[in-house]
Design a protein around this ligand. Structure first.
Ligand code: NI
Ligand code: MN
Length: 225
């Protein structure tokens, strides 16, 4: 049984029982996040880009759990320089794991280290975990790469930012869901702070009008994959 838990913002924890896959772990800096660190086993950490609301606690958690951080090459090098185990990758790269795989795909955004240095390109990550394909969009605007991802990789579930200002808004995220061809959408990157406030129930109504399931998770809530 694989469980996907929403931690808050763009952070998710996917627990296969044997493996724990953490993405964009913005936890200690986000008062709205909910994650039971003490009772969770993290085996792999993934980052979509270097902004502090995504890098979050990746470096200390990597050290605490002896879990590698997989990120775009420059960001992986940054994590390695800070003492974390890191695994560099770049656009189109796919790494296989005992639980499945992760493939890095384009996102249209920016990416820098907390010190403001170049952190490579921002990314979306396509996970395949025990046969379920999960597309984590990272921070991005709507872009036609999503059509390609839908056509070629056929993801099952999309984790999409909807908060606008720094990413897509609900209208563009709706189009992204259609282009990706997913069966289910989980919104993220909204209501963490005022600049990304949005009406998530309106998003849910619009997505479900297209025949796509929309699961709104509160921080700490989970679904079974
Ligand atoms: Ni960002
Ligand atoms: Mn962000």
């Amino acid at each position: 049984m694989t469980i996907l838990q929403y931690i808050g913002h763009s952070a998710f924890f996917i627990n296969t029982g044997e493996y724990g896959i953490l993405t964009d772990p913005f936890i200690s800096g986000n008062p709205k996040s909910v994650f039971d660190l003490k009772n969770s086993k993290v085996t792999n950490i993934f980052l979509t880009h270097g902004h502090s609301d995504h890098l979050g606690d990746a470096i200390p958690l990597s050290k605490a759990f002896n879990a590698p951080v997989c990120a775009i090459f420059e960001l992986a090098n940054y994590c390695a320089a800070k003492g974390a185990a890191a695994q560099g990758i770049n656009m189109g790269g796919k790494i296989s794991y005992p639980w499945g795989s992760a493939k890095f795909l384009p996102a249209f955004h920016s990416s820098a280290t907390p010190e403001g240095h170049y952190a490579g390109m921002p990314a979306a990550i396509l996970f395949e975990i025990n046969g379920v394909k999960i597309y984590h969009a990272g921070d991005t605007c709507l872009n036609s790469e999503m059509k390609t991802a839908g056509e070629i990789y056929k993801p099952d579930i999309a984790l999409l930012p909807i908060g606008s200002t720094f990413t897509m808004d609900i209208e563009d995220a709706l189009t992204a869901a259609v282009w990706l061809g997913v069966k289910q959408v989980i919104p993220m990157h909204y209501n963490t702070f005022d600049l990304i406030k949005t009406d998530v129930s309106l998003f849910k109504t619009k997505v479900e009008a297209k025949g796509i399931k929309c699961t709104v998770l509160q921080p700490g809530e989970s679904i079974e994959l």
